[in-house]
Design a protein around this ligand. Structure first.
Ligand SMILES: Nc1ncnc2c1ncn2[C@@H]1O[C@H](COP(=O)(O)OP(=O)(O)OP(=O)(O)O)[C@@H](O)[C@H]1O
Length: 246
């Protein structure tokens, strides 16, 4: 188990947005968090990354209690949310973007007086990441000229530069067309071979295809949890999604 939450809860001025949520995210698995609008998915993400402080409950990351740890430290401990660091610079190339992302863990980011050539030592790792994510042919393409789907892949590449143990993806398929969805889904499946992935995703066919475990939230509480097959047969889940058990 890489990331666990027990009895996680959040109240906003008397309104309970999340209550009694238990989650276990395992190494080399994709865990999907699904549920109707307003179910509390984003709030759970914000609690896990400590953007919000939980009202109740406990969060463990790799055997360390992170319930009271600050968000910047959480990322350094290996729990990284995609948008957190995925500042993709539109006018820089794919290679340049990945190199900049690699500067962070290498602490070169703060040494701005170093000559540009000192970044060259990051090239092999940058090329490797770019190749892993199928971006080699776009290595010298400016981010702004990439398709929407490839921009998301570049974002994932810059996130992976931190070498996270757990990657949190917030609706990675949002706004994407069919071909991009397939590409990004297969990249996420690949990325998850060596790390844990927790994703909020509305596209249920992607969830069915790549998630090993699914947790369904409704009104801030867990309605069902298990593999997609089991969860999708659950009458309460069907009612929550369709308003009917049929
Ligand atoms: N800062 C806040 N203050 C008050 N209420 C909030 C706050 N943030 C979220 N909520 C409420 O908590 C509930 C859960 O919201 P949340 O955004 O976590 O749901 P969600 O499952 O991510 O929804 P969606 O799928 O629409 O993104 C909603 O009723 C929302 O209005």
């Amino acid at each position: 188990m890489v990331l666990s939450a027990r009895g996680l809860g959040k109240d906003f001025a008397g309104f309970t947005a999340v209550n009694g949520v238990d989650l276990d995210v395992e190494h080399a698995r994709i865990h999907a968090l699904i549920g109707p609008n307003g179910a509390g998915k984003t709030t759970v993400f914000n609690l896990l990354t400590k953007f919000l402080q939980p009202t109740r409950g406990r969060i463990m990351l790799l055997d360390q209690d992170i319930t009271k740890v600050k968000p910047d430290k959480i990322a350094r401990m290996g729990l990284v949310r995609s948008f957190q660091i995925s500042a993709v610079f539109p006018h820089l190339t794919v290679l340049e973007n990945v190199r900049i992302a690699l500067q962070r863990p290498n602490k070169l980011a703060t040494q701005f007086w170093l000559p540009l050539s000192s970044l060259d030592k990051l090239n092999p790792r940058a090329e490797e990441l770019i190749a892993d994510l199928g971006l080699s042919q776009y290595r010298d393409t400016r981010a702004t000229d990439l398709s929407y789907g490839r921009k998301r892949v570049l974002e994932i590449a810059t996130t992976l530069a931190l070498d996270p143990k757990v990657l949190l993806l917030d609706e990675p398929m949002a706004g994407m067309g069919g071909e991009d969805v397939a590409t990004v889904a297969s990249i996420i499946a690949d990325v998850a071979k060596t790390r844990a992935v927790l994703m909020v995703e509305h596209n249920l066919s992607v969830v069915a295809d790549i998630a090993h475990h699914v947790t369904v939230l409704q009104r801030g509480e867990i309605l069902a949890s298990g593999d997609y097959e089991t969860v999708s047969q659950n009458p309460q889940v069907r009612t929550a999604y369709m308003g009917t058990e049929d």
